[in-house]
Design a protein around this ligand. Structure first.
Ligand code: ADP
Length: 382
């Protein structure tokens, strides 16, 4: 089988003409973020935001041209919007292009005023220094715990490299659009939920690059009818690279929750997370220690297998609030892997109580403006 090279892909794309501009995609400089991994090819096509969904046939044509190459097994082409107008932060901002194959065509049109995430009170990120620490499990349970505390809550799965929320929240299918412009979010256990996992086929390799990540997140924020919400929890991709930084900058985050295991604290991974949010001026609401200690499912006895308590000490040292600890318990794994996170499955259990305590602290921090309690107003008697 012929080896797929950048030259061959660009040569194929050089034969695809943009009917609107009368030239091919390569000479117009519209191709970006080209990635080739074995036979899997991914790239972005940059179009003017105004073109919106009308650029979808162009995306398809580009995908087909590359797919026709000998040796190509899959192609993921995404449209990224570049806005000719200066950024305003409004709902139509950057909302020009479809994020991925499988997205309903109408999903790409600018959201009407007041749509998107404009009516969300606080957007908070749940992040971790590296994968596998239970970030998504914490995000799902924290979302449900916030709801249990009376907050209208939504969950945005921005872990677009490996979206796990559809499975974790037990939601399947594709979102629909009532007006052909904005997507209605899916709902799981009473929570409004959006994930790249709903828009991209599971087999599609997730080859996303910085610009694509940004455009995809903007769409999940702005082209979805989130309605009025008190809090939106964003499950961030693991790690602290450029893509994560971009996400942190794109969503107007009110704060970030860092999830860490006791071991990572020692390995500095969580600190990297803290520094990333500091860099973009997003207040860190606090640290959650996950898999903090082991609770025996049979006798209930607790063992501190990973030198429990590291996160609390480290949080104190760094001057960041400690939000709480969640034990390593098979029930937490089974419920979240089974589509019914423990806060929904056992709302009266001890784990749900622990997540709710964390939720209360998060709400308190948000109320306090995340920088600590505001000074009481002075009462002046004349
Ligand atoms: P991340 O998002 O950091 O990659 P996940 O939330 O997907 O991590 O969790 C990784 C695995 O660990 C999953 O199978 C999940 O069910 C399990 N898990 C997470 N937190 C706990 C916990 N406190 N106790 C037991 N298993 C957990």
């Amino acid at each position: 089988m012929a080896k797929i090279t950048e030259e061959r892909v660009l040569e194929a794309l050089g034969r695809v003409r943009d009917p609107e501009q009368g030239k091919d995609l390569v000479s117009l400089g519209m191709i970006g973020g080209l990635t080739i991994k074995d036979g899997n090819v991914g790239f972005s096509i940059e179009v003017a935001a105004e073109r919106g969904a009308s650029a979808e046939p162009l995306r398809k044509a580009a995908e087909q041209a590359v797919f026709a190459l000998d040796g190509v097994t899959s192609v993921t082409a995404v449209l990224t919007a570049h806005s000719s107008a200066p950024r305003t932060g409004g709902p139509a901002d950057g909302a020009g292009a479809g994020p991925a194959a499988g997205a309903p065509a109408g999903a790409s049109a600018p959201a009407p005023k007041g749509g998107g995430a404009d009516r969300v009170g606080s957007i908070i990120a749940v992040a971790s220094g590296k994968g596998g620490v239970g970030k998504s499990t914490t995000a799902a349970n924290l979302t449900l715990a916030l709801m249990a505390e009376g907050a209208r809550t939504g969950l945005l799965d921005a872990d677009i490299y490996g979206p796990s929320m559809p499975r974790m929240m037990g939601v399947r299918g594709k979102p629909t659009t009532a007006d052909g412009k904005v997507l209605d979010p899916m709902v799981g256990h009473g929570v409004k939920l959006m994930s790249m996992g709903f828009l991209v086929d599971e087999e599609t390799p997730m080859i996303w690059r910085g610009p694509m990540v940004m455009s995809a997140l903007q769409q999940l924020l702005q082209d979805v009818d989130w309605g009025p919400l008190d809090v939106m929890v964003v499950d961030m991709p693991p790690g602290t690279g450029d893509a994560q930084l971009t996400l942190a900058q794109t969503a107007r985050l009110a704060g970030a929750v860092i999830v860490s295991t006791p071991q990572d604290i020692a390995l500095l991974d969580a600190r990297k997370g803290l520094n990333m949010f500091r860099k973009v001026d997003v207040p860190v609401l606090g640290i959650v220690e996950n898999m903090s200690y082991f609770q025996c499912p049979h006798c209930g006895e607790r063992s501190d297998i990973f030198s429990h308590g590291g996160a609390r000490r480290e949080a104190e040292r760094l001057g960041v609030p400690f939000l709480g600890e969640i034990p390593l318990d098979i029930a937490i794994r089974e419920t979240s892997d089974g589509g019914r996170p423990i806060v929904a499955a056992e709302p009266d259990g001890s784990h749900a109580a622990a997540y709710r305590e964390i939720a209360v602290r998060v709400l308190d921090r948000l109320d306090a403006g995340a920088d600590g309690p505001k000074p009481a107003p002075k009462i002046v008697i004349r």
